[in-house]
Structure formats: structure tokens, C-alpha cells
Design a protein around this ligand. Structure first.
Ligand code: JB8
Length: 231
């Protein structure tokens, strides 16, 4: 998978070199290219923002540097990419979205700052590929960088071969619509707390039943919104 990122803070993405996704990049499974939006500004001060038409607080990202950056990215692209713009006004990003996007050939993340990007940039991007405005949740960040990083990690780890043991992807939270069951390791007793007996019993069926029960109870308590209205 090829991933391009457009940002005025390219250094944010240095951490993609480390850990799991760094390995995926080394193995050639993931090709991440980070672009500084200011390299596509045309004035002496490399401006990327200006005052909003209609008035109001803050600054808006100018369309011209964005147009030039997107053009440069698709110039050597093999297929029409999917553009993802993090936005508090976007659709919710979920494990389903991550799964959907994990078989894409090419994703382009556009990281806004200030009060956001001139709306015409989204319409222009839609002439080059699919466009999705995506929100991580109902809260507001200072810009799209942290949200892009979260989405790149959520999507990237679903690419076959990136996570060493694919079975660990099956049992985690949100893969079956429920929260994951609690996990324990040695020692069996720690500071007065014992590991539940059933997990030491060796009865595989009873362990599976207990875990399913825990998933249901936890989901009902912490995330009832994940369950069908009937239950
Ligand atoms: C300016 O919370 B967010 C987010 C916030 C932003 C911009 C983009 C995304 C641009 N503030 O997902």
C-alpha cells in the first residue's frame, strides 16, 4: 500500500519509522511518503493560510498549495487514490472503515490546520479520486496530524503480513462487534488478586463461554451503543 501525507508539520510523522509500521515499511508492505505543504506555496513567505471570506475567527488554508501538492502526488500514481481529510465535521472512523481501507492501493492523507481547508480543495480532490472526510470521535484536535497517524496505524496493521500473528487481529475489540474479554498472565496470584479459576481449568469450551460472557457484560456496561437495540 502507498500512503502519502500532506502536512505543514512533516516531523510529526517521524515516529512511523519505529515499531510495527516501521517494520512493515522495511518489508516493502507499506510505502509512506510525507510531503511538506509549504514546499508547494508560491510566495516568498511560503504562506499556506489566509483570512476567511465572510469574516470570523482564525485563518483558512489556501487552496493553491493544496492543489499543487495533490497534483504532484498523483503525477506518479498508478491508480486513483482515496483522499482522507481528518475533520471534526467528517464521518466517524471505525474498525469497519479501517478494514475497508486496508485493501486500498493508495491513500492520501490531507492534514488541515487553523480553521480548516478551503472547501474547494475537497471538490478538486474528488476529480482525482474518492474523498472522505473522517473524524476519530466527537472531540476536536489542533489539526489533522494526530488523527492521520491514528488512522494510518489502524489501517496499516490490517495489511496482511504487517501484524505477525493474524489470529491476534480476530479476537480484539470491535472485530466481532463486542469489546474484548479481559486478559491475564502469570503469576496466578498477585497482590491479593487471583486469576479467575476457569482460566486455569484447562476446559477450552468453558474458557470460551466465560470469555464470551465477559465480552457481553463489558459491552453492555461500557458501550451499550454497540449492541442491537433489542438486547
Ligand atoms: C484544524 O479534530 B480533528 C481535526 C481538527 C482540525 C483539523 C483537522 C482535523 C484542522 N483543526 O480531527
Amino acid at each position: 500500500m502507498r500512503v502519502d501525507v500532506v502536512t505543514i508539520f512533516p516531523a510529526f510523522f517521524d515516529v512511523l519509522e519505529v515499531s510495527l509500521l516501521g517494520k512493515a515499511r522495511g518489508a516493502g508492505l507499506l510505502d509512506v511518503r510525507v510531503h511538506d505543504l509549504r514546499d508547494y506555496a508560491t510566495d516568498r513567505h511560503r504562506s499556506v493560510d489566509d483570512t476567511p471570506y465572510g469574516g470570523g475567527a482564525g485563518m483558512v488554508m489556501k487552496p493553491e498549495p493544496w492543489g499543487a501538492a495533490l497534483d504532484a502526488i498523483i503525477a506518479d500514481a498508478a491508480t486513483a487514490p482515496t483522499f482522507i481529510f481528518p475533520s471534526p465535521a467528517g464521518e466517524l472512523f471505525s474498525q469497519r472503515t479501517a478494514r475497508e481501507l486496508s485493501d486500498a492501493e493508495h491513500l492520501v492523507f490531507g492534514c488541515g490546520r487553523y480553521e480548516g481547508i478551503d472547501e474547494r480543495v475537497f471538490a478538486y480532490a474528488a476529480t482525482l479520486g474518492d474523498v472522505r472526510l473522517m473524524s476519530l470521535g466527537d472531540y476536536v484536535l489542533n489539526g489533522g496530524e494526530v488523527a492521520s497517524m491514528a488512522m494510518i496505524e489502524a489501517i496499516g496493521r490490517l495489511i496482511p503480513g504487517v501484524v505477525g500473528n493474524p489470529e491476534s487481529l480476530v479476537e480484539e475489540s470491535h472485530e466481532n462487534g463486542l469489546l474484548e474479554y479481559p486478559s491475564y498472565t502469570k503469576p496466578a496470584s498477585w497482590r491479593g488478586q487471583d486469576v479467575p479459576d476457569v482460566l486455569l481449568s484447562g476446559h477450552h469450551r468453558r474458557v470460551a463461554e466465560w470469555r464470551r460472557e465477559q465480552q457481553m457484560t463489558r459491552t453492555r456496561t461500557r458501550r451499550p451503543d454497540l449492541l442491537p437495540p433489542s438486547s
